[in-house]
Structure formats: structure tokens, C-alpha cells
Write a protein that binds this ligand. Structure first.
Ligand code: ATP
Ligand code: MG
Length: 779
């Protein structure tokens, strides 16, 4: 066999046709897992191998760094040449490379810096401030979106069509922002693309050079290109080169950011594409997984229309799991993943997908506590997110105002008119006297000094005002009093950050319950048997909520050291944010949003949080296009799995700071029953009144909200389900590993909050946190 036929050996007929097309434009339109990326990569190798182009004459564009890296690795395996220097990367990566080479022509300093989204926002703020404009009317985040949106349409300030006074002002800000970036030698993400595009457009010599160089331009995930990216591709392609685009309209998931599926049709028309190839055989997944994907996406109406088939046989059924709480969902997932690993699946072949970043916290926490290595892609780990770090910095200052790092992080966030010069003075003074920044404020004079003093006073007031509060209340207070909440409320894109801050409250609450600080009380130690200490049995009137005497501090479980819940929580947060994330190269479970999973594949995939309002996301529910985009997102998620797919949802979820009673996602109803297997264990007592109400509400589609509304939940005598999914009711006999047999006297709370008062006879009556205590029903 020749080397060339070896390259082509593992292709089917259509794939082979696509790979070996003559040099001309082509569109490969095909469903998930049909080999689009493989075709694209193999075509590069084939073109080079057969001498039709040199490695320097190829440019390939993908959407994520992970995908670009994978493409290079695959190519490296196919070709006996170094592939490192090839122009294969993301749009941003390639533009960066281009502008580094032509910085002078692009009018940039040689060492220009790139602003990330966060930096861009602060730059916009400085402009608004310098222009003396009102942040209420010109919300920085909205302005930043306006600027990015304009650039993605290829519009400079002079090109923007203004209709009114507000629009005129926005354009002025845009112009001032551009001037500022230019002065400081920085570019934002959209600028990378636009600057490259314009330089190519305006500089004929350069354009000819590159159009002569890149004979073959290939682009993956074409359905997600926006207008500027499309124009950019067109510019590099010119009149003589070939553009080879692969994509899947059913996987278009960036419409909300301006991506245009219409680019596919435009491409076909404008380039008079002679070759459109469809691939219909899926090589990735087994039949049941594919059936689920096909059935789901058939509910969308706006499709170019294609179906996928496999010859791999049905494989295992898609497993569906119903959890009682998000905490229980994470526990189940963790155990299932452990079992998969024990059975031989590498951790890197296990992916956990979720719709929104905020959902990762509970899962991260379960994996963290179990000591299982994991890696979070396409989004920061929870405790590393900027808003969380800001909130933690304020909390740290309450504990220790001399923590200079935290001080610097938030002294001017949200903005308080404390500028760089003032901070320099403060740092100098601190350096000279050897004291902390907080202690050195007196050394700074003038308005800056007054603003610093006001910040110190704010920290002091927060400390005073949170004395004696529960950890939850402390965090809630600090998030408000610091101005963080208001700050994010005013941002167009601040919603997710606010959700994350709510998640911080949940994290604290879960920490408090798990780590032995009780729940509603300031500190109620729970030992490893789950006993809530400090409650006096019998002190409660029947039906009363327990009112335990608040204890300010609790001894550390191991050392006996007295620590406040806040201090313990901060230590925990610092540890979780530390290097516990899997090291490079370590076998780790892969956590990511569905968006970040595009193009990837794994042996086993968990799709979690399949609940109405979560997935499909509540923002999409009122809007038909929005719902179709959510469905495409679900289609992407399902089609990531090779061998085994799990779908899970939870009856209750602590989200945005409150417990929500959920209805399972409509997407579950759109899957063929025959491909599914429900694996939720049959729990005792499921035929009880509550369960019947619950099921009725379920069947009627009205959800649990209706039961809550009718005042029937949670009645004192309603059964409570433990984290393990065991249903308990008052009067029931249970067995506890340490205290033996006992009878349940009182039950309250649900999910992770659930507690039981149990009479253990000889051992007395005890309160147990059901998320910790292991109880088995006896009768
Ligand atoms: P997505 O839409 O998710 O990006 P895709 O169309 O790009 O999917 P690939 O990732 O290229 O699909 O291929 C899916 C899987 O099928 C890969 O593991 C690939 O190696 C394998 N595959 C593709 N074609 C063949 C083939 N002819 N024979 C064997 N395996 C194949
Ligand atoms: Mg692909």
C-alpha cells in the first residue's frame, strides 16, 4: 500500500470523495460524528502528501484551542513532517500571529497586549468616567457589547448608523475607547479580527502576499462563524484559492453572539460552490444514542434536513436518572463515575456537561471532597471566577483587614474614585512603615486619602454588622454592602455573575452542613455520624421550627481549635481554588458547559440538570428561535457520547440562593422511550401521599410549584427523602451504624437541608443531618 492510500484507507466513499476533491471551494454539510473534522484533517494531510501544496500554503481555522491542538496532533500522526509551525488555530490565535508579524503596518506597538473581556470592561469604564457620563445611562457592559457588536459587523465608529442622541453618544464612547486602546497599545478580541481584516483589505501588497501563500483555507464548525469571520475568510480566499468549509446547521449554537447559519447558504451562493457533500454515516456513537439525537432534533422545524445512521448496533440504552436534589445528583454521578473508572474507563473519557457555569459548583464540590481529579474547560473553576474572588476578598478583609492582596483587589471595585496614583502613594507609605495598606491609609492626603479612609470605614462597618450572623447572612450582607450586587445588577451580562454569587451562598451553606457547623444556626456541629449537637431534645413544641441556641464558634473536628465558620469557609475556598485541579497530563474527569464541548467526543457522557428553566434555559422559553437553539445545544450534548450516555435531573435544586422544585426538561419527553432506561432506584414509600401528589403534578405538567402553592408541601408529616434517595416518615423505625435502631420523631426540610429527630432509646434522642447520616429503614 502506498503512503497515500494508507492515508485514505479508513474513509468511506463520501468521505473519500470529500478529502480528494480537486482544488475548488467545497461545503461539507453533515451531522455530528460523521467525520467532518476527520475529513478536514485528512484533506490537509493528503494535499501536502501528494505535493499539491506545501505545509506553509495551508491555513485551517477551528473554534477552540482544544480543537486546534487536537488537529495538530492528528496531523502530526499522519505526516512525517513537523506540523508545529503550520497556520492552524482559532480565528483569534491566527489573527494574533498575523498582527505580531505586521505590527508596524497594523499601527500597533510591537509588544501590544490583548485585553480579555474583563480588562475590556474596565477600559470601557475608564472611558465613561473620563467623559463624565452617567454609568446608569451608559451601562459599561452594554457599551462593551455595543463596541464588540459593531466590530463584529465590521463597523468603525464613523460607519455606525446613529438614529438618536443616545446612539450618537455611544459612538462617541466607542471612538474614545478606540483612542484609549491605541494610546495604551492594547487590542480586544474583536479588534484582533477587525484589524487583520482591514489590513488585508487596505494593503494590496500584503493581501497579494497572503492570497498567494494560502492556497487552501479550511474551516471547521462553519455554522458558527459571524459576519466578520465570514468576511475575513473571504478576504484570505481571494479570487484564486479554495475555501473548504465543514459544518452542521443542527449544531449552530452561537446565534446569540451573532453567528449566522445563513453564512452556509451565502457561501454556497457567493462562491458558486461546485461541491456540496453530505455525510450520513455516524462513526462516533452507538444506535441508541443516535436514535435519541435524531428524535430530539426532529422537533426543530428550521433545518436543512439530514439524518444520521450508524452500523455500530444499538449499544447500551441511554440511562436516565432522577435525583431528589442537586446534591444527590452529584453524589450519584460521582459514584457512577468511580464505578466506570474501576471498570476500566480512563477518567479523561468521562465528561460531565451542564448548561450553565453555575451548575458546576455542586459537582466540583462532590468530586473535590472525594479526592477525584477533574478539569474544568472553557470557563473558570467556580472559586477562580472574578466575582467570587471579589466577594471572598471582602470576606477576607472582615477576617483580616491587613490582607493586602484582598485589599488591593477590591479597594476600587466597584469603583470608588481611588486611582492608580493614590494607590501608589498608599503602597509607598506601607512599604516605608512596614505596615499593612489598611493601616497606612492615614499617610495619604487629599481626596484620595479621604476615599481610602471611607473604604476602611466600609470594611469596619461590614465587620461590625455581620457580628453574630450566620455564614449565609454574612455573605449576603457583604455582597450587598460592598456594592458588588448593585454593580453586577447594572451590567447587561451581570446576571450570570449574580447567579454565581448566589451559588457562593449555597456553597457556604453546604459547607456549613457538611463540615459540622449546623445549618440555620450560626454553628451547629455535626459529627461524622451526622449528629447535630447542641439541640436539646424535647425543647421544641410540636410543629415548631427548631430554634437552636446560636453558638458563635465550633471546635475544629480534628484539632479542637476554635474557628469561626467564616474562617473555616475561607480556608476551604482557598484550598478549592488552589492547585487541586488536575495537573497537566493527569487523568481527570472532564467538566464543561455544553458550548465548550462542541466538536469533542468521550466514551461516557453525563448531561446533568435536565430541568425546565435550566435546560432549556429559562431565557429561551418565551422565544421560538431561542428554544430551537437550546434544542440544538442538547443535540450537541447527546452526540458527544461514544458508548454510554447518562441524562439526569433533580426534583429540587438550590439555585440563585433558593430551593427550586423542578419539572424535568421537555427534551426528555422528546426522546424515544425505546432507547432509554430509567435507573432511578425504586425508593420505599414512593406510593405515599406526597409521592402521589408529586407524580400527579408531574403528569399534569404543572410541576411541584402547584403542590407548594396548595400548601401541601412540606407538611410536617410528609415523608422526607434523604440524599441517598431513601424516603423517611415520622414513626418509621430506622437503623444507624453507631446508635442502632431508633424511631423517627420529627422530620423537616428537604434534600440537603433534611434533618430528622430520632429516638434511639438507650442513646437518647438525636437530631441527624440526613445528608450526612446513613440511615436504613427497618420496617
Ligand atoms: P462533530 O460534528 O461532533 O464535530 P465530526 O463530524 O467532526 O463531529 P469527527 O470528530 O471527525 O466527526 O468523527 C467522529 C468520530 O468518528 C471520530 O472518532 C473519528 O475518528 C471517527 N471516524 C470518522 N470517520 C471514520 C471512518 N471512516 N472510519 C472509522 N472511524 C471514523
Ligand atoms: Mg468536528
Amino acid at each position: 500500500m502506498t503512503a497515500s492510500s494508507a492515508l485514505l484507507a479508513h474513509l468511506n466513499h463520501e468521505q473519500l470523495a470529500a478529502v480528494t476533491l480537486p482544488a475548488a471551494h467545497a461545503l461539507i454539510l453533515a451531522g455530528a460524528g460523521s467525520g467532518k473534522t476527520r475529513v478536514l484533517t485528512t484533506r490537509i494531510a493528503w494535499l501536502i502528501h501528494t505535493g499539491q501544496v506545501s505545509p506553509a500554503g495551508v491555513m485551517a481555522v477551528t473554534f477552540t484551542n482544544k480543537a486546534a491542538k487536537e488537529m495538530l496532533t492528528r496531523l502530526g500522526a499522519m505526516l512525517p513532517i513537523p506540523v508545529r509551525g503550520m497556520w492552524i488555530g482559532t480565528f483569534h490565535g491566527l489573527c494574533n500571529r498575523f498582527l505580531r508579524a505586521h505590527w508596524k503596518l497594523a499601527g500597533l506597538p510591537q509588544s501590544f497586549q490583548i485585553l480579555d473581556a474583563q480588562d475590556q470592561l474596565s477600559a470601557v469604564k475608564r472611558v465613561i468616567k473620563a467623559m463624565n457620563l452617567d454609568e446608569e445611562r451608559f451601562v459599561p457592559k452594554q457599551v462593551a457589547w455595543f463596541i464588540a457588536g459593531s466590530k463584529e459587523e465590521g463597523l468603525r465608529p464613523k460607519d455606525v448608523d446613529v438614529r438618536d442622541e443616545h446612539g450618537r453618544k455611544l459612538v462617541e464612547i466607542y471612538q474614545a475607547y478606540e483612542d484609549q486602546c491605541q494610546r495604551e497599545g492594547v487590542v480586544d478580541f474583536a479588534e484582533l479580527l477587525l484589524r487583520t481584516y482591514e489590513l488585508m483589505r487596505d494593503n494590496a501588497a500584503l493581501r497579494e502576499h497572503y492570497q498567494h501563500r494560502f492556497r487552501h483555507i479550511l474551516v471547521d464548525e462553519f455554522q458558527d462563524t459571524n459576519r466578520l469571520q465570514y468576511a475575513w475568510l473571504k478576504m484570505f480566499t481571494g479570487a484564486h484559492n479554495s475555501l473548504f468549509a465543514v459544518g452542521d446547521d443542527d449544531q449552530s449554537i452561537y446565534a446569540f453572539r451573532g453567528a449566522q447559519v445563513g453564512n452556509m447558504a451565502d457561501f454556497e451562493r457567493e462562491f458558486r460552490v461546485p461541491h456540496v457533500i453530505k455525510l450520513e454515516r455516524n462513526y462516533r456513537s452507538f444506535g441508541n444514542i443516535l436514535d435519541a439525537a435524531n428524535a430530539l432534533i426532529s422537533h426543530n422545524t428550521r433545518r436543512l434536513g439530514k439524518n444520521l445512521r450508524t452500523e455500530a448496533g444499538p449499544g447500551e440504552p441511554v440511562r436516565v436518572y432522577e435525583a431528589t436534589s442537586d446534591y444527590a445528583e452529584a453524589q450519584w454521578l460521582l459514584e457512577e463515575a468511580q464505578q466506570l473508572h474501576r471498570d476500566g474507563t480512563p477518567r479523561s473519557e468521562i465528561a460531565v456537561l451542564y448548561r450553565s457555569n453555575a451548575q458546576s459548583r455542586v459537582i466540583e464540590s462532590a468530586l473535590f471532597n472525594a479526592g477525584i481529579p477533574y478539569r474544568v474547560y472553557g470557563g473558570l473553576r467556580f472559586f477562580e471566577r472574578a466575582e467570587i474572588k471579589h466577594a471572598l476578598a471582602y470576606l477576607r478583609l472582615i477576617e483580616n483587614p491587613n490582607d493586602d492582596t484582598s485589599y488591593l483587589r477590591v479597594v476600587n471595585f466597584p469603583t470608588r474614585g481611588i486611582g492608580a496614583r493614590t494607590l501608589e502613594q498608599l503602597q509607598d507609605a506601607a512599604r516605608v512603615s512596614g505596615r499593612s495598606l489598611y493601616q497606612s491609609v492615614g499617610a495619604v492626603t487629599g481626596k484620595g486619602g479621604a476615599n481610602l479612609a471611607a473604604f476602611n470605614a466600609l470594611v469596619d462597618a461590614m465587620r461590625e454588622n455581620t457580628r453574630g450572623l450566620t455564614l449565609r447572612e454574612i455573605i449576603e450582607h457583604v455582597v450587598e454592602a460592598s456594592g458588588l450586587a448593585d454593580h453586577y445588577r447594572n451590567e447587561k451580562e451581570g446576571r450570570e455573575r449574580l447567579e454565581n454569587l448566589d451559588e457562593l451562598v449555597n456553597a457556604a451553606e453546604a459547607f456549613v452542613t457538611q463540615e459540622g457547623f449546623g445549618k440555620d444556626a450560626v454553628a451547629l456541629p455535626v459529627d461524622e455520624q451526622g449528629v447535630v449537637a447542641g439541640l436539646v431534645p424535647g425543647a421544641l413544641a410540636a410543629g415548631d421550627p427548631p430554634a437552636p441556641a446560636p453558638v458563635e464558634v465550633a471546635p475544629d473536628a480534628e484539632t479542637g481549635e476554635i474557628v469561626s465558620p467564616l474562617a473555616a469557609f475561607l480556608t476551604h475556598a482557598a484550598l478549592e481554588a488552589g492547585d487541586n485541579q488536575a495537573q497537566a497530563g493527569q487523568d481527570a474527569i472532564q467538566l464543561m458547559t455544553v458550548h465548550a464541548a462542541k466538536g469533542l467526543e468521550f466514551d461516557c457522557v453525563f448531561i446533568t440538570g435536565l430541568e425546565e428553566g435550566l435546560f432549556p434555559h429559562e431565557n429561551s422559553l418565551s422565544d421560538y428561535d431561542g428554544l430551537e437553539e437550546e434544542r440544538r445545544l442538547m443535540y450537541v450534548a447527546i452526540t458527544r457520547a461514544r458508548k454510554r450516555l447518562y441524562l439526569s435531573f433533580s426534583q429540587t435544586r438550590l439555585l440563585h440562593g433558593q430551593t427550586r422544585y423542578n419539572v424535568k426538561s421537555r427534551f426528555l419527553d422528546e426522546l424515544p422511550e425505546g432507547a432509554l432506561k430509567w435507573i432511578t432506584p425504586r425508593v420505599q414509600g414512593f406510593g405515599s401521599g406526597f409521592a402521589r401528589d408529586y407524580q400527579a403534578a408531574w403528569a399534569s405538567g404543572s410541576g411541584l410549584g402547584s403542590i407548594v402553592g396548595a400548601g401541601r408541601l412540606p407538611a410536617a408529616s410528609a415523608p422526607v427523602t434523604t440524599a441517598d434517595g431513601v424516603a423517611l416518615r415520622v414513626g418509621q423505625s430506622v437503623f444507624h451504624t453507631k446508635f442502632g435502631e431508633g424511631v423517627i420523631v420529627t422530620l423537616e426540610g428537604q434534600g440537603t437541608d433534611a434533618r430528622a429527630q430520632i429516638n434511639f432509646g438507650r442513646h437518647g434522642t438525636k437530631w441527624l443531618a440526613l445528608s450526612v447520616a446513613k440511615l436504613t429503614p427497618v420496617d
